[in-house]
Write a protein that binds this ligand. Structure first.
Ligand code: HSE
Length: 294
């Protein structure tokens, strides 16, 4: 096999209490094609600024090739970009997972899924987006003292609807991390620990009363809210439209609502007059993660 097309879903990390360890895959996709070539790197349909060896899809492709000892020469074509950039929906994880998955597959799958996951985590710096981007559904991840990641994937109940509310402004992850305190109060740590321990089972059962409680957080969102224009109005409108939970998706700028019924149309009607182009989109859970497509 010399050529492969790979589809990777968007991901929403944290889900409130699961800061830096939980994430969910959503049906919004980036698609890339990788083709072995005799020499060098070609990047097609890529903005000039990113069309070089530091492109994350190439970095991941090369990391896998280096690990298995093969030549990393490749032509990478961006086929579809459904995942908005710097909006807290895991666009960098899509590049990394696509590159690593494609390199492994094009060379006969010498690496296990776990080894591919470890390479992706090292490149991304944390596993909360790459785990659901690779494996789909809801993933809780942990890294051991050597940085090796482990993840457990959970099925998500169909009773829960996910609505992403996406603005036209970007939030850079490093900026959204700079505003977080170095130390947290013990009561805030316990507040999140008790909730995140129940997060996977709440998503699995779809128990809306439990989800309402366990998606609350005291470790990151209150510090990040000042970075988000109109977040108070968006949250108020979301609850008026039936949201049971309202969260910052990853480091933002997208917000994520959970509900027991569809709410995107109603919410769009309410928020259309607000500045910053906020648009609500209901998204299904992506069950399969990174996948070869025709
Ligand atoms: N868990 C990360 C954060 C996600 O909240 O900063 C961003 O990639």
């Amino acid at each position: 096999m010399d050529k492969i097309r790979v589809r990777v879903p968007a991901t929403s990390a944290n889900l409130g209490s699961g800061f830096d360890c939980c994430g969910i895959a959503l049906e919004l996709y980036n698609v890339f094609e990788f083709e072995k070539i005799s020499k060098g790197l070609e990047l097609v349909n890529c903005e000039e600024e990113f069309a070089n060896e530091s492109n994350l899809s190439y970095q991941a492709y090369k990391a896998v090739c280096d690990k298995i000892g093969v030549d990393p020469s490749v032509k990478i074509t961006i086929i579809d970009t459904g995942v908005p950039v710097s909006r807290g929906l895991g666009s960098s994880a899509t590049l990394i997972c696509a590159g690593a998955y494609a390199a492994n597959k094009l060379h006969g799958c010498p690496l296990s899924k776990e080894e591919v996951f470890a390479i992706c985590t090292e490149l991304e710096g944390h596993p909360d987006n790459v785990a659901p981007a690779l494996f789909g559904s809801f993933c809780v991840s942990v890294t051991d003292m050597h940085g090796n990641p482990y993840t457990v994937r959970t099925h998500v109940s169909k009773r829960i609807h996910f609505t992403a509310v996406i603005p036209d402004f970007e939030v850079q992850t490093h900026h959204a991390r700079e505003v977080l305190p170095e130390l947290v109060k013990r009561e805030d740590a316990v507040y999140n620990m008790s909730r995140v321990a129940l997060l996977a089972s709440a998503f699995k059962s779809g128990d809306s009363q439990l989800l309402k409680i366990v998606t609350k957080d005291r470790l990151h969102q209150q510090y990040r809210r000042p970075l988000f224009r109109n977040i108070d109005e968006i949250e108020e409108c979301a609850y008026e439209c039936g949201a049971i939970s309202f969260m910052i998706s990853g480091a933002g700028s997208t917000c994520l609502c959970l509900s027991t019924k569809s709410m995107a149309d109603k919410l769009n009607e309410k928020i259309k007059c607000l500045p910053n182009g906020w648009v609500a989109r209901e998204l299904e859970i992506s069950k399969y993660g990174t996948k070869e497509v025709m």
